[in-house]
Design a protein around this ligand. Structure first.
Ligand code: FAD
Length: 376
């Protein structure tokens, strides 16, 4: 029977982040992935390492530690990573007030925000039409990875540079007393970390039920490639994001903005819509997203939600090629007020699930702490 120091269930970013730290610590690691490649949340997202969205202190430190690992992977594993920055556009005085408060507060904290007058918006993205906005808030603290390629690149490098064993199309069926039963045979492992994303129903369902973790469902889409030369370098966000991100939680006029949005944008608020646009390397623009919680959704994606997302996106920027080429649904685990759920249902097993919808941003820091705790 093949034997490893660490078995990992799932080859999404959380599984790979654990494999990265364990392999760096010299452990013998095996990763088991049910599908031919990880097709969960880790490749259905914006590829945004959103330091900009974090509250100062512990949360920001965690995102910074993770970023250092991504930078290491960019150097060594050829993972495409660049500092895109992030621009929030204000279209109402209420949004502008929150942005202005955020800039004032950032001079005393470690976040970096700069208020941008309308006529300076094209300095950050030449394609923006200053007449559409009252101003903007710029932060350099957002990095873009190619989410469609990164998991494969990291897995390939872990395999070739660190001899991490990958078993794809291999479902883990059960784990008990150091034995990992899979659809491809039985393995021995000193410890097993389960990084199955929002999969709670199979392995250790009781542990997840006790933790009362839920699921969030998001609608996303991507345009055809924009014409050559049309570039949107930063992540572009609107005012709806201000009421979702921790970075703005301490702004005194945030409650007024929230009340304004609830009165004037009830449909967007009801579907948890806040809009992010991210241009991909091939010129296409990824646009999202909506948030529905705990099964409160129908099986199909909703045209109405797509329409609301696009309406908001096109109010932020004129896309020369607005035709949507791809639509998809993503899911992640959700637990109010918690960034990650870490449970040890058995001395030899740890379950690790990001619960704040920001596994790309925090995953490597969370995994580093788990590996340190387990292997001392
Ligand atoms: C639409 C959307 C947008 C997002 N945008 C961002 C963003 O821009 N920035 C950010 O930081 N975060 C973002 N997130 C959140 C981030 O994508 C997730 O937190 C992260 O990808 C979770 O990673 P994971 O490895 O836990 O889960 P997943 O990527 O879902 O991977 C879990 C893997 O486990 C496998 N698996 C499960 N059970 C088994 C089993 N029994 N045996 C074998 N394999 C198994 C699955 O097949 C799957 O491949 C977004 C999420 C979504 C859905």
């Amino acid at each position: 029977m093949r034997q490893f120091d660490l078995a990992i269930v799932g080859a999404g970013i959380m599984g790979l982040a654990h494999a990265y730290h364990a392999a760096n610590a010299g452990l013998r690691v095996a990763v088991f992935e049910r599908d031919a490649f990880a097709d969960g949340a880790s490749r259905r997202n914006f590829g945004m390492l959103a330091l900009v969205a974090q509250s100062p202190g512990r949360q920001l430190r965690s995102a910074e530690r993770s970023l250092a690992c991504w930078q290491d992977l960019a150097r060594n594993a050829n993972v495409a990573l660049h500092q895109a920055g992030c621009l929030f556009l204000a279209r109402t005085p209420e949004e502008l007030s929150v942005m202005s408060e955020c800039q004032n507060a950032s001079s005393t904290q470690d976040a970096r925000f700069e208020l941008v007058p309308p006529d300076a918006l094209p300095d950050h993205a030449a394609v923006l039409n200053p007449k559409r906005a009252l101003g903007g808030l710029w932060s350099p603290d957002a990095w873009k990875v190619d989410q469609r390629l990164a998991m494969g690149q990291i897995a390939g490098w872990l395999q070739s540079a660190h001899s991490v064993a990958f078993f794809t199309q291999t479902e883990v069926l059960g784990i008990a007393e150091g034995i990992v039963e899979t659809s491809g045979g039985t393995f021995k492992a000193g410890h097993t970390v389960v990084c199955g994303g929002d999969e709670f129903g199979t392995l250790f369902p009781d542990a997840f039920r006790h933790a009362q973790v839920g699921r969030c469902r998001l609608q996303m889409m991507r345009t055809r490639p924009q014409p050559k030369g049309w570039r949107l370098p930063p992540f572009l966000l609107g005012g709806l994001s201000l009421t979702r991100y921790e970075a703005f939680a301490a702004c005194p006029s945030l409650p007024q903005l929230k009340a304004h949005q609830e009165k004037n944008r009830p449909d967007h608020m009801a579907h948890g819509i806040h809009v992010i646009l991210a241009q991909e390397a091939d010129g296409s623009v990824t646009i999202g997203d909506s948030h529905a919680y705990d099964g409160n959704w129908s099986a199909e994606s909703s045209d109405e939600i797509d329409r609301l997302i696009l309406e908001e996106a096109l109010a932020l920027v004129d896309l020369p090629e607005p035709e949507i080429a791809e639509r998809w649904i993503g899911h992640y685990a959700h637990l109010s007020g918690e960034d990650a759920l870490i449970v040890r249902p058995d001395p030899n097993v740890t379950l690790v699930t990001m619960t704040n919808g920001q596994g790309m941003t925090h995953g490597f820091a969370v995994a580093e702490d788990v590996i340190r705790t387990v292997f001392d």
